[in-house]
Design a protein around this ligand. Structure first.
Ligand SMILES: Nc1nc2c(c(=O)[nH]1)N[C@H]1C(S)=C(S)[C@@H](COP(=O)(O)OP(=O)(O)OC[C@H]3O[C@@H](n4cnc5c(=O)[nH]c(N)nc54)[C@H](O)[C@@H]3O)O[C@H]1N2
Ligand SMILES: Nc1nc2c(c(=O)[nH]1)N[C@H]1C(S)=C(S)[C@@H](COP(=O)(O)OP(=O)(O)OC[C@H]3O[C@@H](n4cnc5c(=O)[nH]c(N)nc54)[C@H](O)[C@@H]3O)O[C@H]1N2
Ligand SMILES: [Mo]
Length: 644
């Protein structure tokens, strides 16, 4: 700090997991705080939509206008013509599903299904285990075998990496299942470079082996699970050879993985999100998460599975000041479609905690919707995002450094109360203040509603399960249950009704298009032979912080695919399909298998030559379970740009 301004940010030693270091992105947060893109004042549009041309107004005027337009839309078209669109923002408990939810519920707005991320894994984890708490980072070194499946912690959660390395130093074997040769894949004992969307057959082949070779834990299955026979039946067709052929991998390597997993104890699966973002994503996640039950890997420290661990705290958002109304439920992956032909039409779009213009699938359709003259768009954000450029009213938000936040970490088991360390920049306000004000101006305020950020924080603290609230209040951090190191099936149990693992949740058999554990093969798209994956990268958190100058954007491609197209490293290319086109340069190498290409997610429109980003190529189809996004189902062609 210097003169009330933040100069540097680093990891605190108070938490051993983040002990003294943070990632390079967040280290640059002061540049976002004080940068040219920071929103400092409320403003209204004065130029064409998308041009980011605004005139400053007072908070009074801005809030009055927003409340008036929402009430007007409700009057003329019904409450469902108002669509709140939001996702994680800063991923805290205070800035999401608090007074915002109260406002939109009371006004009778459309409801939003928050499906852009983790919907299929969420359904899988809930159906099998009722979202049982999972293994903490500190127990990774206890494992003798770690499978990192569809996750790239070197980019998406760096604090896990030292624990995996520690396990390896203690002779643990590491297996990585990922189409790309990630940093961890390079250090793995076995890497399965599966074709995107083929994890289901791969996992089922391992199940088949466990059952057929007598390696399933029949005592555990009998005591703690339901549905094992039906899973066995669905796995039966998937021999190693057949699954390997479907996934484009070596059958011998797959067999080696199955054997190693059956042999090792403790064995741990770190399941990520890469495998969920395609048409088979829900069932793939189910099959992966079912492995430790069938192989009997629970009940020992360092064994079992792990995901975000947000369930460890048993928090339900019991503080929202209104029951959910039975209004229209809009799948957020269908934002573009909804703006195009929603019935009733969307007349007011209120975007906060999200940068939909670059993060929602089918970007061309989303941008066309945002450009609609008869749509009134409010964007409440910290910086002038690509979405804010289309707003009719922009509202400036505070960052986690300027306000209170209650945050669970995304992986390790920790929960903390964040306090403001600097004054808000310009006239930026917190979500609590803004939604509270809107409740008042829309005439929806009720006695007892928390007024402002501090009251909202105290209200949430008071409603958290004890002793979490008191601990956060008293010392800013909560004590993790089981010392942050719960052992599954010793300390924590499935939160299903009978505390058993449901290996074949019948209800899902009828909702999945190909049935439970049913595989939908790649519908080959003539003319677009390459699978495009768009995972997280080191330059941003989704699109947050990507505005800062970073390395040039490159499409990653295997040498064979490049040669076939007459491309060499650095050439300017167009990546295209029927949905859209992205122009950028190509990076040619071997960290991706032939037939697959990669672009990072979260880019801003300024990063590519034609102003479209990866989501322009991503279909707005839905996953088999949970209505999730199919980002990695994009199929594309790549061509050299003629004038390059
Ligand atoms: N730096 C950074 N960190 C982040 C984020 C970020 O944007 N940037 N985002 C945060 C959020 S919101 C999330 S959800 C998490 C996501 O974090 P991760 O779980 O790591 O998810 P992704 O980055 O989507 O993809 C992970 C890996 O899956 C691979 N993959 C792609 N398709 C498939 C497939 O079909 N099968 C398999 N097995 N692998 C596949 C990709 O190549 C990639 O290496 O990260 C969080 N952390
Ligand atoms: N192509 C492709 N696209 C993807 C993915 C992919 O794998 N491939 N992954 C998807 C995933 S996993 C996710 S989670 C989504 C995330 O997509 P988004 O939810 O759109 O995430 P961000 O782009 O980080 O945008 C969050 C915005 O919230 C703002 N914000 C932060 N804190 C606050 C606050 O307290 N108040 C307000 N009002 N605003 C705040 C930030 O400034 C930022 O602009 O992206 C998805 N998009
Ligand atoms: Mo996400």
């Amino acid at each position: 700090m210097q003169d009330g301004r933040i100069t540097t940010i680093d990891g605190s030693n108070a938490n051993p997991v983040t002990g003294g270091y943070i990632c390079a992105k967040v280290r640059r947060f002061p540049e976002r705080l004080y940068g040219a893109d920071r929103l400092l004042y409320p403003a209204v549009r004065k130029g064409p939509k998308g041009a980011a041309s605004f005139a400053r107004v007072s908070w009074e005027e801005a809030l009055e206008l927003v409340a008036e337009r929402m009430l007007q839309a409700r009057e003329e078209w019904g409450g469902e013509s108002i669509l709140p669109y939001s996702y994680g923002g800063s991923n805290g408990l205070l800035t999401q599903d608090t007074s915002d939810a109260t406002l939109f519920r009371r006004i009778g707005a459309s409801r939003l299904a928050r499906t852009v991320c983790a919907a299929p894994t969420g359904v899988a984890n809930m159906a099998l285990y009722g979202k049982m708490p999972s293994v903490g980072y500190e127990d990774f070194p206890e494992a003798k075998l770690i499978i990192v499946w569809g996750a790239n912690p070197s980019a998406s959660g760096i604090h896990l990496v030292p624990y995996i390395r520690a396990a390896q130093r203690r002779d643990a074997r590491l297996i990585v299942v990922d189409p790309r040769t990630t940093q961890l894949a390079q250090k793995a004992d076995i890497h399965l470079p599966v074709r995107p969307g083929t994890d289901l057959p791969v996992a089922l082949a391992i199940h088949r082996y466990l059952f057929e070779a007598g390696r399933a834990d029949s005592a555990f299955l009998a005591a703690h699970t339901r549905g094992a026979e039906r899973l066995r039946e669905r796995a039966r067709p998937w021999t190693f050879e057949r699954a390997a052929e479907e996934a484009g991998i070596d059958a011998g390597s797959l067999q080696a993985v199955a054997r190693a997993y059956a042999d090792a104890s403790p064995a741990l699966i770190r399941c990520g999100w890469g495998q969920e973002r395609n048409r088979n994503g829900g069932n793939a996640s189910m099959a992966i998460l079912a492995l430790p039950a069938v192989a009997g890997k629970f009940g020992v420290r360092g064994g079992g599975y792990t995901m975000t661990n947000s369930a460890s705290w048993g928090i339900t958002r019991n503080w929202i000041g209104c029951e959910e109304p039975a209004t229209r439920l809009v799948n957020m992956n269908h934002l573009g479609r909804m703006l195009e032909d929603g019935n009733p039409p969307v007349k007011v779009l209120f975007v906060y905690n999200s940068n939909a213009a670059v993060t929602a699938p089918n970007q061309r359709k989303v941008l066309a919707g945002l450009a609609r003259e008869d749509l009134f768009t409010v964007v409440f954000d910290q910086v002038m995002t690509d979405t804010a450029r289309y707003a009719d009213v922009v509202l400036p938000a505070t960052t986690f450094l300027e306000g209170y936040e209650i945050a669970r970490s995304y992986g390790s088991i920790s929960l903390r109360l964040g306090k403001p360390v600097v004054e808000a920049a310009g006239e930026a306000r917190s979500n609590a203040e803004v939604f509270g004000e809107l409740l008042k101006r829309a005439g929806l305020w009720r006695d007892g509603d928390p007024a402002g950020e501090i009251e909202e924080m105290l209200d949430v603290l008071a409603r958290l399960p004890e002793p979490i609230g008191a601990e956060l209040r008293d010392r800013g951090a909560a004590t993790p249950p089981y010392g942050g190191r719960p052992v599954q099936f010793l300390d924590v149990w499935p939160l299903t009704r009978d505390r058993k693992v449901d290996l074949f949740p019948e209800a899902l058999d009828t909702t999945a298009p190909a049935g439970l554990y049913g595989y939908q093969p790649d519908p080959a798209t003539p003319g677009f032979p390459l699978a495009l994956v768009t995972p997280s990268s080191q330059r941003s958190i989704s699109s947050t912080l990507a505005e800062l100058p970073g390395p040039e954007v490159r499409l990653r491609m295997h040498r064979t695919d490049a040669t076939a197209r007459g491309l060499k490293d650095g050439d300017a290319v167009r990546v295209f399909n029927t949905l859209g086109e992205v122009r950028c340069n190509v990076a040619v190498g071997t960290w991706i298998p032939p037939g697959t290409v990669a672009l990072p997610k979260g880019l801003w429109r300024k990063h590519t030559a034609n102003g479209y980003t990866a989501t322009a190529l991503c279909p707005d189809t839905l996953t088999d379970l949970g209505g999730g996004a199919c980002f990695n189902d994009a199929r594309v062609q790549v061509e050299k740009l003629r004038n390059s």
